[in-house]
Design a protein around this ligand. Structure first.
Ligand SMILES: Nc1nc2c(ncn2[C@@H]2O[C@H](COP(=O)(O)OP(=O)(O)O)[C@@H](O)[C@H]2O)c(=O)[nH]1
Ligand SMILES: [Mg+2]
Length: 249
């Protein structure tokens, strides 16, 4: 008699460490990897996750030839050229084109720990959540090697606004290391094409009555290349977006 279980014992290596884990239908998951000028980080990151048994979709601009050339040797990945520029566009377009039940946003710079993808997957499937948001500020397991004073204060400030004005009950609004149910995400109809995506997503999820939780995660330093977020410009846009969403819904 064949007994079909909802999970299987899975053994794999990440960063040269052997992991044994119960993986629940990992084929139901697509990593959405936004990349802009990441020729230094992305090939290293893709090599780190080569044994992770999930679909991988890199979303980038078709003119970003340096990044595209840097990942030519990887076969089991999808590359999606975004139609509209911007970080939010890459995520919206990438998730729209996803055919698995779940997606996970994970950056191309290697700062988000792929081991947490497994923990998030186990949690979202067993608890039947719509979304799970990783947090750098849930101690003792959360933390960041990538934060500086400006981003630390900025994150604290924006997270407070989210919790006071939108009752989000999350501890890290800007991290955007998130796993979610693909069709539930598409129903949110998120419009932000830039980094304001980071706040529109949890606010819409809350307003639409989605079931979500948070989970601690340790952010690493980016592997190489430069950060694309400009704390002043993007911070101002995020603040304006939150005000608009509070005033005009
Ligand atoms: N496709 C795409 N990816 C982007 C864009 N802007 C940033 N990214 C990617 O989004 C991720 C987050 O950006 P990053 O510069 O690391 O900012 P951080 O989140 O503040 O560390 C990285 O993987 C970037 O390559 C964009 O306009 N288009
Ligand atoms: Mg980064």
């Amino acid at each position: 008699m064949i007994v079909k279980t909802s999970f299987s014992l899975f053994c794999f290596t990440l960063n040269n460490t052997v992991y044994i884990s119960y993986i629940f239908f990992m084929k139901e998951l697509t990593l959405i990897i936004p990349a802009k000028f990441e020729s230094e980080s992305l090939p290293v990151f893709l090599n780190d996750i080569k044994n992770l048994n999930v679909k991988k979709k890199i979303v980038l601009d078709k003119n970003d030839t340096k990044t595209i050339n840097s990942i030519k040797q990887f076969e089991e990945i999808d590359i999606l050229f975004q139609e509209v520029q911007g970080y939010g566009s890459a995520l919206i377009e990438g998730i729209k084109e996803t055919d698995t039940k779940y997606f996970c946003i994970i950056n191309a710079d290697g700062s988000m720990d792929p081991n947490d993808v497994i923990k998030m997957y186990e949690r979202i499937t067993t608890k039947e959540l719509d979304f799970i948001f990783a947090s750098r500020y849930e101690k003792p397991l959360g933390g960041s090697d990538d934060d500086d004073v400006v981003t630390l204060i900025g994150n604290y400030f924006f997270t407070k606004i989210g919790n006071i004005f939108f009752s989000l009950k999350i501890s890290d609004i800007l991290f955007t290391f998130v796993m979610g149910n693909t069709s539930k995400f598409n129903k949110l109809n998120i419009k932000s094409r830039d980094f304001t995506f980071c706040v529109e997503f949890p606010i819409r999820a809350k307003r639409d009555g989605m079931i979500y939780e948070t989970m601690p995660s340790y952010e690493r330093s980016r592997i190489g290349g430069k950060k694309k977020v400009n704390p002043i410009v993007d911070g101002s846009l995020i603040l304006i977006k939150m005000f608009k969403m509070f005033l005009f819904k």
